[in-house]
Structures are given as C-alpha cells and as structure tokens.
Design a protein around this ligand. Structure first.
Ligand SMILES: [Fe+2]
Length: 209
C-alpha cells in the first residue's frame, strides 16, 4: 500500500513538542492507526478505509523503546456488557493523529464494532473523546480494561519485522531517550489490505508527514 507517495513511512524521533507519536520522549499510549477511516465492517469501495494490516520493520533499535501489542479480544474479556454496548453507540469523536498534515475529526461514530464473532476498534487514547455521560464512562472503563489485559511487549531490534491486524490489535510504545543525532531508533512502517477492492483508487494516500 502506498502512503503519501511512498510505500513505507520512516519512523524516527523528530523534535516537535506536540507530536506524541513521533517524539519518542513521551509515552505513545494504546491506539490503532488511522482511526478516522472506515473500519472493516464499514468498508466501502473507493473510500478511505482503515488499513487492515500493519507491518513494522526495525532498522535501528533502542533497547529502552518497548512496543506493546494488545488484542481487542483480551480487552473485551475485561469489559461488562453495558460498557460494550455503549462503545458501539455513535457517540464518540475521533481526531486525526498529530502526524497528519491535514487535521480533521469525525463525530458521532462508535469506537467498537462486532461483526459475527469478531471485534474491531478505532480506539486511540490520544484522539478519542465523547461528550455523552455514557461515552465518557465507557472510555474510562475501556482504559481500565486495557491496564488489566494481557499484553505482548517487544523491543523491535534491527532486522525484526512485526505484522499484525491493525483494527484488532492495539499498539503502544513507551517513552525512551532520544538524541536527534541521526542515530536514534529507526523503523519502517507499511500498511496492507486483504483485498485491493478495499483500497481507494488502488492505493491509500494518508495526509502524513
Ligand atoms: Fe501507531
């Protein structure tokens, strides 16, 4: 999948105070990528659909930078039915992450979808909110459930590639020391879809730096 004119995006710390995902020295809490785009159960042809697969390749490691992966199914185990039902209601606002050039937000959408026996989410700790009481409570419960859930933690070493389902696996990265000297942690990230029908004009253009 093509992103902003290239097949991959370089991920390395940049000195911008408000860009949590790119800063390195701040915790980048649990999220899925491209939360403002359509999730798989919502997909339309020639629309901006959220990537199904996320691929990350380590080019230069930092042993202090730990990536955490958490399956939405694990979070669901720690949620009550009322919270799950409230997360499925269209009562949330999601903003584009800091790394996007063109900022926008979408309102009145759900955070959680169930499709058959599968769950999909657009949760992004830094960019999701609700002005409804039941939405605020459900988000708080969701964050509590994340803290209780079983996670996989990995340091992405040079040459290590991880591949996971974006809308079903939340990811996070802890803070780490950066020097901005050309030798900081360096990753390549790419997205993939299971079907070309899900791509907008056979590619996806994300408004990212
Ligand atoms: Fe991410």
């Amino acid at each position: 999948m093509k992103i902003g004119g290239g097949m991959y995006r370089n991920i390395t710390p940049v000195k911008k105070q408000n860009m949590i995902g790119s800063h390195g020295t701040k915790n980048f809490y649990f999220h899925v990528d491209n939360p403002t785009y359509l999730l798989k159960p919502e997909y339309k042809e020639c629309s901006l659909n959220s990537p199904e697969i996320l691929v990350i390749l380590g080019l230069r490691s930092n042993p202090m930078a730990i990536t955490s992966l958490l399956a939405i199914d694990e979070v669901i185990k720690n949620l009550d039915k009322t919270t799950i039902d409230n997360l499925k209601k269209p009562i949330y606002t999601v903003r584009t992450p800091d790394s996007f050039d063109k900022k926008h937000e979408i309102k009145n959408i759900p955070i959680l979808y169930s499709y058959g026996t599968e769950y999909f989410t657009r949760f992004d700790y830094h960019n999701v909110s609700s002005c409804k009481e039941e939405g605020i409570k459900a988000l708080s419960n969701f964050i509590d459930a994340i803290s209780m859930s079983k996670k996989i933690e990995i340091c992405i070493d040079k040459g290590t590639m991880i591949i996971f389902k974006n809308q079903k696996i939340l990811h996070a990265r802890n803070e780490f020391t950066t020097n901005y000297d050309g030798y900081d942690r360096w990753l390549l990230r790419a997205y993939a879809m299971m079907s070309v029908k899900s791509l907008c004009h056979k590619q996806i253009i994300l408004d990212e730096r």
